[in-house]
Design a protein around this ligand. Structure first.
Ligand SMILES: Cc1ncc(C[n+]2csc(CCOP(=O)(O)OP(=O)(O)O)c2C)c(N)n1
Ligand SMILES: [Mg+2]
Length: 694
């Protein structure tokens, strides 16, 4: 295809209903498009050169269609956009001073200066929320699918009135090559969710032409055969055509007939961002793009509707004043006090404006176990907590691969779907980004998602969603939060292997905003899981495969309202010659290794937060510290503990702080290789003896 035709309008079929009459308020459209243009101009001509704004993405060319679409959203809908979505935000009613001030990194606005201004979020009570965007291309899709699923959940499970709400997700042509796009497409079509995909096809992803993103450059044409997906495809610069297509696509999704894909071609009239000089485009291409500028087309269109030259000029003037006023207001805002930069990582007493609050409170719970009955294994214990909380909390839902009729490959969710139904306990498509991203959208919508990842390593495709979820409260300055409990089994079992057996819990500790539970036994699992389900932060709940049915880990049921607060270790043995710090499947090994010796064995139980006070108090008394973990040595969580002990108890030590860990290799398969790699009782004992005799 010739380069000059990259930005040509499409010739493929259009799903528009020609009979549909638009109720568009064209004066409002003009006002918003002019506002967006004036903001782009102000940034490009003044604020970026003055270094008042550091990241700038022009929306010129994309603006008309976004405004038309934004004006169709209403209370109960939500939109998840990307860095070029400011016109849509303006249509939702975001204050102009926030739209400008956020780019300046000032206090207030979207993030209080913690995030770049183009990565928007907008709590909008009474209107459609703009869900927190991500700087990662494609990461916007699956949370939007989660919001769409929450719409249905609220109608079917919570019996809230069905008001025809929709979720909208915006993405560029290049974003449609990401895993997130395909994941959300699979979720929305298989579940027939009210999700509208709006693809703004400007022919480029920075400099890469869309020939690299979809064959033939027309994703809508390529998806024509996709079942249960309505396609609307056309020109986003033509006021009449664009508004008809938008109306039809929105109406389709509102009617409950399932998802739709709306692809509109638009020219990107400036570089990708301010810094991009577009050397990869020829002069002809740039000229052809400017020939498609929607602004003169809009002007001509509204001229035929009583907004002639004079009215247009007056409107432009009015908009310029408003933007200038917003600039003054934004410039008057201070920079966030630096002491506040570490606030809002975790819930600290004030709920986010949107998201969370779905867990039951702590009223009636107790922190001392009240053991009853026979000892039960960890599988039964975890299942019983899930069952009780599902029973008591209709906002809670459990999902993941094989968790439905099969009851999970570890049998933890056995029988839950039968009891609570397919809306609340459900199988998902095999896409971990989709599992966690969908949970994010559901949590923002006020549900309590409890997703399962089948094995620790398979959380890797969800890494981006996990990270974005954890940072949400901080980067939106407590405007949004997405608490969830992510259950992840892992660690070795009877044998090892590089895929099912790793722990790598330290990676979650490294994701700001996540709490991390690593229970070693049934009683702690009950208390920590219930606490997690009633808390306000995302929690990684690690279920060690070797402990799920281990006899050592079996404990009596600790009571129906037992909770174990995070950050409280437990001394499973007490003594004064050495402190052994450990967690998970290493706890019984450390106990066995310390047999016959006076030692403190500390089961940390949670790693974020971890019980520094208990460890330091113990080490100051025993003067020796050994850390034992299953994870790899280099950069494992033991390194953190060792550093803290060295830092804070250096003068109390009589021996070096030591670690027994896996070597830096994946878990090996054969049981004898595995046993040689995982810390054994003999290896731990040898290190204890070395330190005690030091
Ligand atoms: C996961 C990820 N990879 C790469 C980038 C860098 N990046 C930012 S925007 C972009 C191009 C996206 O193009 P498109 O989706 O077509 O949107 P457009 O900018 O054209 O509107 C790239 C490669 C990123 N932000 N995230
Ligand atoms: Mg593009």
């Amino acid at each position: 295809m010739a380069e000059a035709s990259l930005c040509a309008p499409p010739t493929s079929r259009s799903g528009a209903n020609p009979q549909l009459s638009s109720d568009t308020d064209w004066r409002e459209v003009a006002r918003l498009v002019l506002t967006s243009r004036e903001m782009d101009r102000l940034e490009e001509e003044e604020l970026v050169p003055a270094r008042q704004v550091l990241y700038q993405f022009s929306a010129r060319g994309h603006d008309l269609a976004q405004v038309l679409l934004g004006l169709k959203l209403r209370d109960g809908d939500a939109a998840c956009g990307y860095y070029r979505s400011r016109p849509l935000l303006l249509a939702l009613g975001v204050p102009l001073a926030d739209a400008l001030g956020s780019g300046m990194g000032r206090a207030g606005g979207y993030s209080g200066g913690r995030d770049i201004g183009v990565v928007f979020n907008y709590p909008n009570p009474g209107g459609a929320h703009a869900l927190p965007m991500s700087g990662g291309v494609g990461a916007q899709y699956t949370p939007a699918a989660g919001w769409a699923q929450a719409i249905r959940y609220k109608a079917e499970v919570l019996r809230e009135q069905d008001r025809g709400n929709i979720a909208l997700v915006l993405g560029g042509d290049a974003s449609c090559a990401t895993g997130g796009f395909w994941s959300a497409l699979t979720i929305a079509t298989t579940q027939k969710l009210p999700l509208l995909f709006y693809v703004e096809d400007n022919g480029y992803g920075i400099s890469v032409p869309s020939t690299y993103q979809t064959p033939g450059q027309d994703l809508a044409a390529n998806l024509a055969a996709f079942k249960d997906l309505a396609i609307f495809n056309g020109d986003g610069t033509e006021p009449v055509e664009a508004s008809r297509l938008i109306d039809a696509a929105v109406a389709h999704v509102r009617s409950g007939r399932g998802p739709a894909l709306l692809r509109l071609t638009v020219p990107r009239l400036e570089g990708h961002s301010y810094q991009d000089t577009q050397t990869y485009k020829s002069e002809q291409v740039i000229a052809a793009e400017w020939a498609r500028d929607p602004l003169p087309k809009l002007k001509a269109h509204v001229a035929a509707r009583q907004i002639g030259d004079e009215a247009w000029a007056a409107l432009s003037q009015e908009v310029a004043w408003e933007v200038a006023r917003a600039r003054e207001e934004a410039e008057a805002r201070p920079v966030l006090p630096v002491e506040k930069v570490a606030d809002d990582v975790f819930f600290s007493g004030t709920h986010a404006a949107v998201g969370g609050r779905a867990g039951l409170g702590l009223d009636g719970t107790y922190e001392e176990p009240r053991p009853e009955g026979q000892r039960i294994n960890m599988v039964t214990a975890i299942r019983r907590v899930l069952e009780q909380e599902l029973e008591a909390n209709p906002k809670m839902c459990v999902f993941g691969e094989d968790v439905g009729p099969k009851g999970g490959v570890h049998a933890v969710t056995l029988g839950l779907q039968e009891r609570f139904g397919h809306e609340r306990v459900f199988d998902t498509s095999l896409n971990e980004e989709g599992i966690v991203g969908r949970a994010v959208g559901m949590a923002i919508a006020g549900l309590l998602p409890v997703p399962e990842i089948q094995f620790r390593k398979y959380a890797e495709p969800a890494t981006e969603q996990i990270n974005d979820c954890g940072t949400m409260r901080w980067r939106t300055a407590n405007r949004f939060a997405a608490p969830m409990v992510l259950r992840v089994p892992g660690g070795f079992f009877k044998c090892g292997d590089p895929w099912h057996s790793q722990t790598n819990e330290v990676q979650f500790v490294h994701n700001p905003g996540w709490k991390v539970a690593v229970p070693s036994n049934a009683e702690d699992a009950v208390g920590l899981l219930r606490m997690a389900l009633r808390g306000h932060d995302p929690v990684l709940f690690f279920e060690h495969r070797a402990m799920l049915d281990d006899s050592w880990a079996r404990r009596p049921w600790p009571g129906d309202a037992y909770v174990l607060p995070f950050g409280r270790g437990r001394k499973t043995r007490q003594g004064d010659r050495i402190t052994i710090v450990t967690w998970g499947a290493m706890v019984p090994r450390c106990e066995a290794a310390a047999e016959g010796l006076s030692a403190d064995v500390i089961d940390l139980r949670t790693l974020m937060p971890w019980d520094r006070d208990m460890v330091l108090e113990s080490v100051r008394r025993t003067r020796r510290c050994l850390i034992v973990h299953e994870d790899l040595r280099t950069g494992g969580f033991g390194a953190e503990i060792a550093a803290v002990v060295a830092d804070e108890a250096f003068l109390d030590l009589d021996a070096p702080v030591a670690r027994v860990t896996m070597p830096d290799i994946p878990s090996p398969h054969h049981p004898s290789l595995l046993e040689a790699a995982v810390p054994s009782v003999a290896r731990i004992r040898a290190e204890i003896d070395r330190l005690v005799g030091f």
